[in-house]
Design a protein around this ligand. Sequence first.
Ligand code: NAG
Ligand code: NAG
Length: 140
Amino acid sequence: MIHNIVKIFLLFLLIKIEIFNADARRCVFADEKVHIINRLPSNSSRLKVHCQSKDDDLGYHILKPNDDYNWSFCDNIFATSLFFCHLWWGKKDIAFDAFKARWFEGERDQVYWVAKKDGIYYTDVRPIEGFLEKKFNWKK
Ligand SMILES: *[C@@H]1O[C@H](CO)[C@@H](O)[C@H](O)[C@H]1NC(C)=O
Ligand SMILES: *[C@@H]1O[C@H](CO)[C@@H](O)[C@H](O)[C@H]1NC(C)=O
């Protein structure tokens, strides 16, 4: 009797772990996604983006208007991930920390950086258009 209860419990645990793994993909801790979105005027220069962390250089990317350049990563247990981005638009540019780790509840967290004519906007709430907050001006 006790044996059967233990077996059922273990089976249940195994199923739970399977489901949890399928859901959580490969991230043990926070699963993060960073977006860089081009909302610059369509008749202007393309947006050039270069992002990197201490360990990963994501290379240079050229964004057309309305392009969403994004990447995902798993944060570590100490939540120390840091991504740094440099954006160029014609003769203007700006560099900033695009992701500074913090603790999350486990669901994929997404942060959005939106390049507009007058500067760089940020939000981590969707729909993004309703929550954009200006963070930086372009440097000339
Ligand atoms: C782009 O278009 C806007 C109006 O649609 C105009 O004011 C601006 O001068 C144009 N910019 C360029 C670089 O052509
Ligand atoms: C994210 O990037 C992929 C290409 O890597 C692109 O297909 C997709 O539209 C982008 N946007 C979102 C919201 O995922």
